[in-house]
Every structure is written in structure tokens, then in C-alpha cells.
Design a protein around this ligand. Structure first.
Ligand code: GLN
Length: 542
């Protein structure tokens, strides 16, 4: 049976609870343990798929097609363990399941209540399908005290008594603010948040106190005394230069040691953190710098492009360079004929996106990259826009467009009406729900031998994660290829364009899928490694 670590947060949100969970997972792994990370989200959406990136940041997609919280991306990047549908649950999903069961009559006349029905669902989720892992780390979204989080905390409270002795650990992440006027750090918010937690019956075992400067021993003692934890269990979590320094930093502070001690594990293997040391070393001693423009629509909120940002960092690691990102709002240079803002960048990346706003700016970015021979990486929407650009300016289809923007143009990109998943034909119509109806998750693609993309991957059969509702119409393949755009990757049945590239261009690749989701610091995605390499070559030319 695995041991369970429950991670909660207090004081404020955005303390890096997800990162802390991922880092702890990585630390336990570095001692040879098998881990699994899960996220409990108290909001009412069934999944974050329908939420605006402004609200919730990026939607992370798993191999098995879940639209999940972006923390699952941190978990994957830090542990290398692929997350699954079964690793993220929301209040919305729980209620939706319970209500269907109730309508079916499954509760046999019982009054359906938060306790025990909702809490039981939560506990079942936490305990389900753990496989042969040594530790399951379960993070609760939000902060203690949120009304919607209560059933989750209650479920976790019950689990302590239901699991065997010493099989569970509560880790609470809090904030230690520094008050400049007083010239000191304050323990009170931590005390209050632990009080809140204890009022619902949870006594934390470990406190991870986030701070922007050293927490002195006196303050740690004070926290230990008022919060009723051991002094050694008050761990300071200082701001780090890079998120990839966090596992090393928390190890130095004794986080993993304290967790193991809590479980009474005395013979744990020593931590082997060499791969993290290596990453840290490469990150902080780059051999140069390249600037990549990311032309998107949600650029004011970098969390909206979390995996892209990280995959670019990984591409940098692969090439020993620092990648500087220049965030550009596509809409802003839509009306100028000369996209000045793109001058001097070494690579242009157009990420995924939805809707018409900013589309013309993205098309302009693709024109600039193509005609000025600047490396171009189009991801999902960025690939579709590159195809529209090629149709308009290489194949002479002046009004080329996507049906996502309504009627009026010649739709080179159109609504996908059916596709193959495994042996099944999946169909959708224009009036089905928006939630959960995209082509989601991992699908195979076959690459064209001798193409740039095949060279990047070093193989011809790949599998990548998708999240899209529109596709490039295969009927335009011949016409666009005659004009100089190569369809270098297709779905195995040959009907769905997965990759396009421009032969002869230093690096111009558009992919219908999201390669960023599978990139890891110790295993940079080949396309990100290749794109940064091309950007580096470009930087040597200008
Ligand atoms: N809006 C486009 C589609 O649905 C692209 C989606 C994306 O970039 N993730 O196909």
C-alpha cells in the first residue's frame, strides 16, 4: 500500500504549492521511490477545459485526453511520470457523477449528502488505482478556509483515521511575509492558517514556509510552538532563481528527510540528485542567449503558456543557452505593415489559441518568418495560421481563412467532423457541447522520410498530444505542396495533416499538436531543442 502525502495551502494562493508537490515528488524519486501525483480542484467546472486562460492559465492535456490543471504539467516535468485522467478531479466532476448516480437510483432511496457521499467520492478518488507506487502525493487546490474546499479537507481528515497508522502525512504550505516598516518577518499569517486547518480537524505534520529571505531560528521555533509541529518540520522554502533549483533547495532544507522521518522510514536510500545538479549547472552557466518572440493572445498572463515557456527553457538546456522570451500581443501589430517588433528576434513561436482575435497578427508573424528566413515554430493554432499564410501568399488563395472565423473566406482550415481514435470513429457535430468535445490526447502521426521534422525526431512514427476542434483540410495538400509547403506528417490513415514545413527555409515547422506538453528538463522535446538550435544559428547570423 502506498503512503499518502496531502499537500494543502494557506494564507494566499500562488505560493507554488504545485511546484512544492512536484519537487517533493522528485526528491522521493531521487531516493529510488516510485511516486504518483494528483490534484484535487475545488472549483465547480467539470474540468478546466472551458475556462479562459486568463482565469486559470494553461489547460494541460494528458496522454489519455484529460483537460487538466496546469499543476499536472509541473508534476510531469519534475518526475517524468505521465499524468492521466485519473490524476485530477474537481468538485464539478464529483457532483456531476453523484447526480448521475442519484438519477439512476443508485443510492437506493438514501438522502444524498456532502458527508458521506461527496467525501466518499473524494476518498475513493484519492485511493483509487494507485498501482505499485510507494508514495501518492495529493495536492488540494485553493487555500484552507475556502468554502468550496471544505469537503476535500474533510475527506483528507477522515483518511488519516482510515489509513493504517503512519501511512499519511499532512504538509501545509504557508507564507512568511517580510514587513519592511517593522524590519521583520511575520509568523502570524502562518499561525492563523494552521489554526484554520486545525479547526477542521487537520493537524499539519510539516510546514513549508515560503519566504523571500532566510527565516531565522527564533521564528522557526515560534512557528513550531504555536502551530504544534516539530521544529525540524518547519521547512523554509525560499524563492528560487529557477523552478528547477527547487528540488535541490528543498532537499538542502531537509524536506524529504523530514517526510521520511514522519513515516518512520529510517533506511531510505541516499538521494541521488545528480540530474538536478546538472540541470541547475547548465541553466545558470549558459553559453550565450537567444531571443524568441512568442506571438499570442494571452501574453499578459505567462501562466497561459506555462508549458511553452518551460519547453523553451528545456530547448535552451539542450543547447546550453539561455532563451529570452519576448511576449508579443498578436493584435498589437495587426494594423502595421511592417512588424517592427519582430526585427532582431532569433525565432518566432506562435502558440495554440482560439478565436479570431489576433489571428491576422499571427499570420503576419508567419509571413515575416517565412520571407525573412527567421526560424518559425507554429503550434496548433500557430500551425493553422502558417497554413493560411502559405495559402494566401504562396498558393495565391487570397481569401484563405479558417471556419473558426466564420463564413466569408475560402476555408483551408475547417471544423473537424470526425476522426479516428484507436479503432473507433469519433464524430462530432457543430451543435455538441463545447466542453470535452475536442480531439484530445495522444494520437499517432507518420512523418515523411527525409523531411526536416523526421530529422528532428530521428524517427518516423511519433505520438503527440492534441487539443483542437479544427483541422487543415487535406484536400488542399496538392495545391499547397505545389506552392512549396510540405505536409511532412499525417495521421496514419493519411487524412489529417499533422505537420507542415517549408523545405529550404532554415527552420519552419508547424504542428497540429502540442509538443510542449511532453518536454522535460532532462528530456527536452526534439522540436524545442531543434528550434532553439536554429534560433542560435540565426543569432550568429544577425
Ligand atoms: N482553435 C484551434 C482549433 O480548435 C486551435 C486550437 C489550439 O491551438 N489548441 O483547432
Amino acid at each position: 500500500m502506498p503512503r499518502y502525502i496531502f499537500i494543502t495551502g494557506g494564507v494566499v494562493s500562488s505560493l507554488g504549492k504545485g511546484l512544492a508537490s512536484a519537487a517533493l515528488g522528485a526528491l522521493l524519486q531521487s531516493r529510488g521511490y516510485k511516486v504518483r501525483l494528483r490534484k484535487l480542484d475545488p472549483y465547480l467546472n467539470v474540468d478546466p477545459g472551458t475556462m479562459s486562460p486568463y482565469q486559470h492559465g494553461e489547460v494541460y492535456v494528458t496522454d489519455d485526453g484529460a483537460e487538466a490543471d496546469l499543476d499536472l504539467g509541473h508534476y510531469e516535468r519534475f518526475t517524468g511520470v505521465s499524468a492521466a485522467q485519473a490524476d485530477n478531479i474537481t468538485t464539478g466532476r464529483i457532483y456531476s457523477d453523484i447526480i448521475s448516480k442519484e438519477r439512476r437510483g443508485d443510492y437506493l432511496g438514501a438522502t444524498v449528502q456532502v458527508i458521506p457521499h461527496v467525501t466518499n467520492e473524494i476518498k475513493d478518488f484519492v485511493l483509487s488505482d494507485a498501482g505499485d507506487v510507494d508514495f501518492v502525493l495529493c495536492e488540494v487546490g485553493g487555500t484552507v478556509g475556502d468554502i468550496e474546499g471544505l469537503p476535500f479537507f474533510e475527506a483528507l481528515r477522515q483518511l488519516r483515521q482510515e489509513l493504517p497508522l503512519r501511512q499519511s502525512c499532512y504538509m501545509h504550505v504557508t507564507l512568511m511575509p517580510y514587513i519592511a516598516a517593522a524590519g521583520e518577518m511575520k509568523t502570524k499569517p502562518t499561525q492563523h492558517s494552521v489554526k484554520e486547518l486545525r479547526s477542521i480537524g487537520i493537524q499539519p505534520d510539516i510546514l513549508l514556509c515560503r519566504a523571500d529571505r532566510e527565516i531565522d531560528m527564533g521564528d522557526r521555533r515560534k512557528i513550531a510552538r504555536f502551530c504544534n509541529v516539530r521544529e525540524s518540520s518547519v521547512i523554509q522554502g525560499l524563492d528560487a532563481r529557477s523552478i528547477y533549483d527547487v528540488p535541490l533547495a528543498y532537499h538542502t532544507e531537509g524536506l524529504d528527510k523530514e517526510v521520511l522521518m514522519h513515516f518512520g522510514i529510517e533506511d531510505a536510500p541516499k538521494a541521488d540528485l545528480s540530474r538536478w545538479e546538472q540541470i541547475s549547472e547548465t541553466l545558470h552557466n549558459p553559453d550565450g542567449e537567444v531571443t524568441v518572440a512568442v506571438v499570442g493572445k494571452y501574453t499578459v498572463l505567462p501562466d497561459a503558456y506555462k508549458s511553452i515557456t518551460e519547453a523553451l527553457v528545456h530547448g535552451g538546456i539542450a543547447n546550453q543557452v539561455k532563451v529570452k522570451i519576448k511576449w508579443l500581443e498578436a493584435e498589437e501589430f495587426e494594423n502595421s505593415d511592417d512588424p517592427n517588433v519582430l526585427k532582431g528576434v532569433h525565432g518566432i513561436l506562435v502558440p495554440g489559441g482560439f478565436g479570431e482575435r489576433g489571428a491576422e497578427g499571427k499570420i503576419k508573424a508567419a509571413t515575416f518568418a517565412r520571407t525573412k528566413h527567421v526560424p518559425y515554430f507554429g503550434i496548433c493554432f500557430g500551425m493553422q495560421m502558417a497554413v493560411v499564410e502559405a495559402a494566401r501568399n504562396m498558393a495565391g488563395i487570397e481569401n484563405a481563412s479558417s471556419s473558426e472565423f466564420g463564413e466569408g473566406g475560402e476555408n483551408i482550415v475547417g471544423l473537424m467532423t470526425e476522426w479516428t481514435k484507436g479503432n473507433e470513429r469519433v464524430e462530432r457535430t457543430a451543435d455538441t457541447d463545447l466542453g470535452g468535445t475536442m480531439r484530445l490526447g495522444a494520437y499517432p502521426a507518420r512523418l515523411v522520410e527525409g523531411s526536416k521534422v523526421a530529422e528532428q525526431y530521428g524517427m518516423l512514427d511519433i505520438e503527440e498530444r492534441h487539443r483542437h476542434r479544427y483541422e487543415v483540410n487535406i484536400e488542399y495538400k496538392d495545391k499547397l505542396e505545389a506552392a512549396g509547403l510540405l505536409f511532412s506528417g499525417l495521421s496514419p490513415d493519411g487524412v489529417l495533416p499533422e505537420i507542415v514545413e517549408i523545405p529550404g527555409h532554415p527552420w519552419f515547422i508547424g504542428v497540429q499538436y502540442h509538443p510542449e506538453l511532453k518536454s522535460r528538463p532532462f528530456e527536452p522535446h526534439p522540436l524545442f531543442a531543434g528550434f532553439v538550435k536554429a534560433a542560435l544559428e540565426q543569432s550568429r547570423m544577425v
